[in-house]
Design a protein around this ligand. Structure first.
Ligand SMILES: [Fe+2]
Length: 189
């Protein structure tokens, strides 16, 4: 899964802030890895590295970064699971409709489970420069940056309940995880 890190670093090199954000998401994903199955932990970390590669200038096609990223990763032979996680991270399905890209996004499977919850929460608790933020601060920051007329703002009524429920599910799973495990060692990539 080192390939995920090198792919992200190369594609996002023209976008240093986006790379900083990605590093923050990876760090949060590692912290949350105990909420997913052991076999899924390296996949979660790889998806965290790759979740925003669709912002890379050379990959912009539709302009909807979850879809552009997933299409690129699919073309490079990344697994269906990784492509699905990237395509649907952070409630992308709620933005695809207003953008007229719902059918295109539906070609990637979305499953509401521990993996999609953990990736979304990792993304939604990492700020634009990778700083750790609460979900509330992250949502405020996002709405301020994108503006009231943005797709993000228009989709927010649907995304916010999803973010809050995903966060509650991750917290509940975190409470049941066995303490004392060195998750960083388990998911070393
Ligand atoms: Fe992100």
């Amino acid at each position: 899964m080192a390939a995920a890190e090198s792919t992200a670093r190369e594609l996002l090199s023209p976008l240093p802030l986006r790379l900083n954000h990605t590093e923050g998401v990876v760090s949060r994903a590692r912290a949350l890895a105990g909420t997913v199955a052991v076999d899924d932990r390296p996949v979660l970390v790889a998806a965290a590295w790759l979740h925003d590669v669709g912002y890379a200038p050379q990959l912009v096609s539709t302009g909807f970064h979850p879809l552009d990223g997933a299409r690129f990763l699919e073309s490079m032979g990344w697994s269906e699971q990784i492509c699905g996680l990237v395509a649907h991270h952070s409630g992308a399905r709620f933005q695809a409709g207003p953008l007229g890209l719902a059918d295109e996004l539906r070609s990637y499977e979305f499953t509401e489970d521990a993996m999609t919850d953990a990736l979304t929460v990792a993304d939604q608790t990492s700020g634009p420069a990778g700083e750790r933020l609460t979900l509330d601060d992250r949502m405020r920051n996002m709405l301020r940056r994108h503006g009231p007329g943005s797709t993000n703002a228009r989709a927010h009524a649907l995304r916010e309940p999803y973010f809050r429920s995903a966060s509650a599910r991750v917290a509940a799973r975190g409470l049941t995880e066995v303490s004392g495990i060195d998750y960083a060692a388990l998911i070393a990539v």
